[in-house]
Design a protein around this ligand. Structure first.
Ligand SMILES: [Mg+2]
Length: 267
């Protein structure tokens, strides 16, 4: 039953960022009050992002500049989740990375053997949201995928929002490679429930105590549904009411924004 009582029992809030707590560089008025409320009930907020072009430290800096109280434990990125996945599935293997320096650094820190040159003993090719992409990497990728190495990608997003519109994200880059080689990747980021499950595990809270909040149905809400966790959609970002009505995936709760959710939690 989707009653306010269900929400009042939540302690772990897994939050999307852009469109949910801010738009680009502008924090919503109610965000700080909402996060303070979570702390006041002994809860925890973790920001979950599919963006694999930036490092966690970049996000810590960005949110601190906005006045939000965060440290590394308040984040889970698809880069970190992919590192965990690679260590599980390809322990000790050599991985070709098509991604930013930040992504490669994340993998190195996790002890993964990586390269960005074509070599013969590569077991897996990983695509990220590579804002430093050059054609040679697409060429190397095509050779490797044609040879049959495993294919993993950090996130399925086709585009990334910017101030003027959109730029191609990891999913679009993978489509170029699919057109060339017929291969499709295993996507780690949302809507795969892996990041939600990892965040719950590292927080120490239970699934029942968890709420997933985001502005996209097909990534944020879907990841929560796939993980079997309560979901809330906010209409402060990408999704409009008409999109919600058209979607077969329905969130448990819908709010104009997290400000409206806060009002309900405090009522
Ligand atoms: Mg968003």
């Amino acid at each position: 039953m989707n009653t306010p009582d269900v929400l009042k029992k939540k302690k772990l809030f897994l939050l999307d960022m852009d469109g949910t707590i801010y738009i680009e560089n502008t924090l919503f008025d109610f965000t700080l009050d909402f996060l303070d409320y979570i702390k006041s009930i002994g809860g925890k907020y973790i920001f979950i992002t599919n963006n694999s072009s930036k490092s966690v430290t970049d996000y810590v800096d960005k949110l601190r500049r906005m006045g939000i109280d965060v440290d590394l434990s308040n984040f889970l990125t698809s880069s970190q989740a992919t590192a965990v996945y690679l260590n599980r599935q390809f322990p000790g293997k050599k991985i070709y990375v098509m991604g930013t320096e930040s992504l490669k650094e994340e993998f190195r820190k996790a002890g993964i053997r990586i390269t960005d040159k074509y070599e013969e003993d590569i077991d897996c090719f990983v695509a990220g949201f590579d804002t430093e992409l050059v054609y040679q990497k697409l060429h190397d990728a095509s050779v490797l995928l044609t040879e049959g190495v495993s294919f993993v990608a950090t996130n399925p997003d086709l585009v990334c929002p910017t101030s003027f519109g959109f730029i191609p994200d990891c999913g679009s880059m993978c489509m170029m490679l699919e057109n060339a080689t017929g291969r499709k990747p295993y996507y780690v980021g949302k809507p795969n429930p892996m990041m939600i499950e990892m965040a719950i595990e590292k927080s120490g809270f239970t699934k029942e105590e968890t709420l997933v909040i985001g502005d996209r149905i097909y990534t944020d809400v879907k990841s929560g549904i796939n993980a079997g966790v309560t979901t809330a959609l906010v209409l402060s970002g990408e999704t409009k009411r008409a999109d919600l009505e058209a979607s077969t995936d329905k969130p448990d709760f819908v709010f104009e924004d997290v400000g409206e959710l806060l009002e309900l939690l405090k009522s």
